[in-house]
Design a protein around this ligand. Structure first.
Ligand code: ADP
Ligand code: ADP
Ligand code: MG
Length: 439
């Protein structure tokens, strides 16, 4: 097992990883930017190294500086968290070249699955149903020709996309040129890669994803599914496990398909296969995230498996000590993302407690939130034996949470969990487009 791990991230996820390391008796090295001197992740780690200026390119995305910090402090492995370098194949390769273990899949797997076009082809070849669509498109004229064949509406999607960026809905032929240029430009800016392709826009679908762990012996175990259909601008806001729209039979199919996808990719470590599920129980591969996900805690709560600890063990060559048959999804877990809507100082902070209430955050009272990074402030996660009770628990927890000094979405989230369609589990990815909070 490793004795020292560097965490190449910030915020709540850096703290999540530091906590796992502490429980495993592994020492931790935090890295931080000039803007994060007073951050909790730097304070909680055993060592902390300043790696550069405010801008992510000069710090959390600066591969050489992070590698130097690992080499200088004698860290044997790097955990990338999510975002930043987590899905950067070049960085995973650089780690390997420098004799440092990247806690995640290999550079080859990251580049294959990170390229959505490439991943879609691999899945099709292996009998995994994919969302109907095209390969990469040379220009908008080609896109229009293909879209006319597929039928509107369509989505233009960046092959390198992530975090909801580089996706554009196109309702008609006339909108295509503009949408093509915007999606491609946005992807070029965000990912340095403007290549795009088309997918048929699927209406009234649920976003269902399967969390899995795969070890070096080739064993793949799925930790049930998560439903992430509550989204704004294709970004997730509320996630839950199990999905209220997935029967036991369907779950079995989803799990089999996700395991098939992971095996086809030669996948090792924690990963997620994302699907769109229609109302006839057809589901289609959308993409695979080759990293830890924001919403991983809901799967931890319903299965009892600590995903971060297993990421570390798998990276150290430890085989999984349970099989698919050992995994039972029990109870219901929900996560609400608490996002900042403004910059500011946390003037007052009160977090709820009680049984099965977990608030993963990097906030503390008096903390000045740097405006340069992710807007997520924390994740409220609750667990109960039934979904109804989990919803009540979430409502109570979110009503108790106070983050003063920073505009945030706590009230908006409460309005959603109070909504009747949400409570019925009868909701789709377009939920927020039609949502009007009750008075
Ligand atoms: P999840 O699937 O875990 O819910 P999100 O889509 O919410 O992930 O993204 C989590 C964080 O990672 C966000 O800050 C997002 O901008 C970032 N992110 C996601 N995908 C990528 C990517 N391919 N490249 C860079 N950053 C990404
Ligand atoms: P990202 O890499 O940014 O997470 P995804 O391909 O996972 O991008 O898509 C993000 C979200 O966009 C999905 O969760 C879903 O709500 C919506 N979406 C993506 N593809 C389609 C599609 N073909 N039809 C309808 N909605 C889609
Ligand atoms: Mg996605």
């Amino acid at each position: 097992m490793f004795t020292k791990i560097l965490i190449a991230n910030r915020g709540e996820i850096a703290i999540r990883v530091i906590r796992a390391c502490k429980e495993m008796g592994i020492s931790t090295v935090a890295v931080y930017s000039e803007a994060d001197r007073d951050s909790l992740h730097a304070a909680l780690a055993d060592q902390a190294v300043c790696i550069g200026d405010i801008k992510a390119e000069d710090s959390y995305l600066h591969q050489e500086r992070i590698l130097s910090a690992a080499l200088l402090t004698g860290a044997q492995a790097i955990h990338p968290g999510y975002g930043f370098l987590a899905e950067n194949a070049e960085f995973a390769g650089q780690c390997r070249q420098h004799g440092i273990v990247f806690i995640g899949p290999s550079a080859e797997v990251i580049s294959q699955m990170g390229d959505k076009d490439c991943a879609r082809r691999l899945m099709e070849e292996n009998g995994v149903p994919v969302v109907p669509g095209t390969g990469l498109l040379k220009n908008w004229q080609e896109a229009r020709k293909k879209a006319d064949e597929i039928g509107y509406p369509v989505l233009i999607k960046a092959s390198a996309g992530g975090g909801g960026k580089g996706i554009r809905l196109v309702n008609s032929s006339e909108e295509l040129e503009q949408a093509f240029e915007t999606a491609s430009g946005e992807a070029e800016k965000a990912f340095g890669d403007g290549r795009v392709y088309l997918e048929k826009y699927l209406d009234r679908v649920k976003h269902i994803e399967v969390q899995l762990l795969a070890d070096e012996t080739g064993q793949v175990v799925c930790l049930g599914e998560r439903e992430c259909s509550i989204q704004r601008n294709n970004q997730k806001l509320i996630e839950e496990s199990p999905s209220p729209g997935v029967s036991d039979t369907l779950r079995k199919k989803l799990i089999e398909t996700a395991a098939k996808a992971a095996k086809a990719a030669g996948y090792v470590n924690a990963g997620t296969v994302e699907f769109l599920l229609d109302r006839d129980e057809n589901f289609y591969f959308m993409e695979m995230n080759t990293r830890l996900q924001v919403e991983h805690p809901v799967s931890e709560l319903v299965t009892g498996v600590d995903i971060v600890k297993w990421q570390i063990r798998i990276a150290a060559g430890v085989p999984l000590d349970f099989t698919q048959e050992d995994i039972e999804v029990t109870g219901a877990a929900i996560e609400c993302r608490v996002n900042a809507l403004s910059a500011g100082k946390v003037e007052f902070l009160h977090t709820p407690g009680g049984p099965w209430v977990r608030f993963d955050t990097f906030l503390y009272q008096g903390y000045e939130i740097p405006p340069y990074y992710d807007s997520m402030l924390g994740k409220m996660i609750v667990y109960s034996s039934t979904r109804e009770e989990a919803i009540r628990k979430m409502q109570a927890a979110m009503c108790e949470l106070i983050v003063d000094g920073v505009k945030n979405n706590i009230e908006d989230q409460i309005a959603i969990i109070r909504d009747e369609s949400f409570r019925q589990g009868d909701y789709y990815t377009d939920f927020l487009r039609y949502f009007e909070p009750a008075e």
